[in-house]
Every structure is written in structure tokens, then in C-alpha cells.
Design a protein around this ligand. Structure first.
Ligand code: SF4
Length: 369
């Protein structure tokens, strides 16, 4: 600890993450699921051993808006509308491998949703220069988050004159890697001197693409977590305490459960409200539920639909004929009655639960015999 620097208080957010100082606006919107995630490219110019990008995307020049593939810019706008986004995060891979694309997307989102639509960008800064930095700011970027992955990046970012920026807020993203604790303490101290506003510390996580590398280094999943790495949380808290001793730097520790358990669910819930069909119910955040009755052919589908409309006095909009899946989809709360109905009970039926993602992933089928 440097002499005279009093440790500030570490607080708990309402989502159970820890922070000191001010929670960055990008984090606040992300925690409530209000950020559209623009995955700009799976390509990157470094190769971090802990890189968590899925095998499906890693190294490929593919773009997604949340889980929806993007082929034209309109796909991004459509997804932003579908989830009633209040902002966007542009991530990758390394987005600044394609600076024109990043600038176009920022301009497009600001033009379409207004100045208050908050945009933050993740980068490892290797492609960043003064011109590009000022272009990003003048195009409307609100927050820049630099992944300080190694000494080369740290040396580069301390040379940039961040204090000349007027509206763009600059922070860092660091993974809580136990073996890199010393490097990150040095990073925190340097970034405080350089004028960074905040540091977001992420719990180190196992993923399909990094599990071998992590296991080779002796890391294990911590007790009580699905993906979080043992020792990473302790490292994060140690680093957060270091931030608490700095004069003006804010810090946030984002545990792995926040991404799946909170942020993703909140985002899917916003999506569910927009994509929900009249016969579907959101039974928990981001999960849509309905009854299904399987039929063998088109004739049967039509016959059962008519029967449901007449016998159960259901409105037309509450009975959907899904020809692709050869099933009737309707309200789930009548499933007990359907399963006891002499005409219906010979058909395979049940209750289906779907995640409100782009592909509407079916997570559960509960059969009613
Ligand atoms: S900078 Fe990010 S995207 Fe690139 S390899 Fe490292 S973790 Fe992966």
C-alpha cells in the first residue's frame, strides 16, 4: 500500500457483484440485461491462454448480434429492437481489426436509437492509435474497455494521452488469474496514474475452448460453481482491495454466475416480452412455455385445431398450427384437461419450455400421457 492512501469501502451491488467507487454505466446496463452484445469478429491478434470464446466462433470472421447471425447491418438494428436495448457492447475477438466496421456500427446505432444509447467497446488496444481513438470518440463511443492482457499492452496504454479525451470514458478489463496477480497489481497502479476511470475484473472461467490450457496449468473448477476457476475469486477480491487503495479509480468484480444467471436471463427476459406469442407464457425470466400436441399429418393438425377452438372455446390466436414441427401449439394451462380428453389423449402431448434466444432453444419437454 502506498503511504497515505486510505482503503475505500467495497460494496455489494443488488446483483451480488462487488464494487468500489462508482459502477461504470456499461456495467449497470449490462447487469440489467439492457445491452445488445455485438460480437464483431472471432479473429484476434493475440492468443491468450484463457480466451473463453466458443469453438464455433473462435478464429472465424463472423458477426453476431446477441445469438443472431449478422449478414447486413439491419440484422443488428432488428435484434436491438427485439430486446428493447438501451445500449450495446461491441466485442470479439478483437473488434479493432476492422475499425471501419466498428465506426459504422457505432454511427448506425447512435443514428437509429439516439445519443443516449450507451455504447462500449472492448479491445486489446494493439491496433489503437491517436487518430482512431479520436474518431471513436467523435462517432459517439461512450466507453472504451481495454483488455490489458500483457506487458506490451500495458506499456502501450500508459503512453496514450487519455486525459485529452472529453466525453469518452476509459477503463480496463482484467481476468482474475491467480498466476498473474503481481502483473495486475502493477497494472492497477499504472492505470490510476494514467487517468483510467475504472477496472472491471472478471472471474476466470472454464469454457470449451480454454479447458485444456487451464487444466494443463493445474486450474480446477471451484466448489459450488459450474465454470468459475478455483482461486480466481480470491484473486479478484485481492485486486479489488488494491483498487480501493487508489485515489480515484473505480472497480467492479463480475463473478461468472452474473453472466449466465443474471445478465443473460435479464436480456432474454426483455426479448421474451417482445417475441412472446399470444398462447405462450413467460414462466420464469427468459423462458417461454406452451402446450404442444403432436399430429401425424396436415389433416390431423387441422382437425385437432378445429376441435380445440370448438370444444374449449379458444380464440383463433391461441391455437397455432406449427407445420414444421407437426404439432399444435397452445396455452399450457389446459394441458391437464387435454390429457384427460377422450379424443385428444391418444395423441403425444406435453408442455414445452423454450429459451427466448434467436433460435428459441427448447430446454424442456414434459410429457402428459
Ligand atoms: S484479447 Fe480477448 S479475444 Fe483476443 S485472445 Fe485474448 S481473450 Fe481472446
Amino acid at each position: 500500500m502506498e503511504a497515505g492512501n486510505k482503503e475505500r469501502k467495497i460494496r455489494r451491488s443488488r446483483f451480488n457483484s462487488l464494487y468500489v467507487g462508482l459502477l461504470p454505466l456499461g456495467c449497470r446496463l449490462c447487469l440489467k440485461g439492457a445491452k445488445l452484445v455485438v460480437f464483431l469478429t472471432g479473429k484476434c491478434n493475440i492468443n491468450c491462454f484463457y480466451c473463453p470464446i466458443s469453438l464455433e466462433r473462435k478464429g472465424k470472421n463472423v458477426t453476431y448480434a446477441n445469438e443472431a447471425p449478422v449478414t447486413v447491418y439491419d440484422d443488428i438494428l432488428r435484434e436491438a429492437e427485439t430486446m428493447s436495448a438501451e445500449g450495446a457492447s461491441i466485442t470479439g475477438g478483437e473488434p479493432l481489426l476492422y475499425p471501419e466496421k466498428v465506426l459504422n456500427i457505432i454511427a448506425l446505432l447512435k443514428d437509429s436509437f439516439g445519443k443516449k444509447f450507451h455504447i462500449h467497446l472492448y479491445t486489446n488496444a494493439l491496433k489503437l492509435n491517436d487518430n482512431l481513438l479520436h474518431e471513436l470518440e467523435s462517432t459517439g463511443l461512450d466507453e472504451l474497455r481495454i483488455h490489458v492482457a500483457n506487458n506490451v499492452i500495458l506499456k502501450k496504454v500508459v503512453r496514450i494521452s487519455w486525459k485529452e479525451l472529453s466525453t469518452l470514458s476509459v477503463g480496463a478489463e482484467i481476468p482474475a488469474i491467480p498466476e498473474m496477480k503481481g502483473f495486475f497489481v502493477k497494472t492497477i497502479r499504472k492505470l490510476q496514474e494514467t487517468g483510467f476511470k475504472f477496472i472491471n475484473i472478471n472471474e476466470l472461467e472454464f469454457s470449451d475452448s480454454n479447458k485444456e490450457e487451464l487444466m494443463c496449468r493445474g486450474y480446477k473448477v471451484r466448489n459450488g460453481s459450474l465454470y468459475g476457476v478455483e482461486g480466481s475469486e480470491e484473486t479478484a477480491i485481492f485486486l479489488l482491495k488494491e483498487i480501493a487503495r487508489q485515489r480515484s479509480l473505480s472497480g467492479h468484480y463480475c463473478p461468472s454466475f452474473i453472466k449466465d444467471g443474471v445478465q443473460l436471463r435479464m436480456r432474454l427476459s426483455r426479448r421474451a416480452k417482445k417475441i412472446k406469442k399470444p398462447y405462450e407464457t413467460e414462466i420464469e425470466k427468459g423462458v417461454l412455455c406452451k402446450a404442444v400436441i403432436y399430429c401425424k399429418n396436415n389433416l390431423e393438425l387441422l382437425k385437432i385445431k378445429k376441435y380445440l377452438l370448438d370444444r374449449y372455446s379458444l380464440k383463433e390466436k391461441l391455437v397455432f398450427l406449427n407445420r414444421d414441427k407437426e404439432r399444435i401449439e397452445t396455452v399450457y394451462w389446459l394441458i391437464d384437461e387435454f390429457s384427460n380428453d377422450p379424443l385428444l389423449k391418444k395423441y403425444k402431448m406435453g408442455v414445452v419450455e423454450e429459451l427466448a434466444t434467436y433460435k428459441r432453444i427448447e430446454t424442456t419437454f414434459i410429457p402428459y400421457d
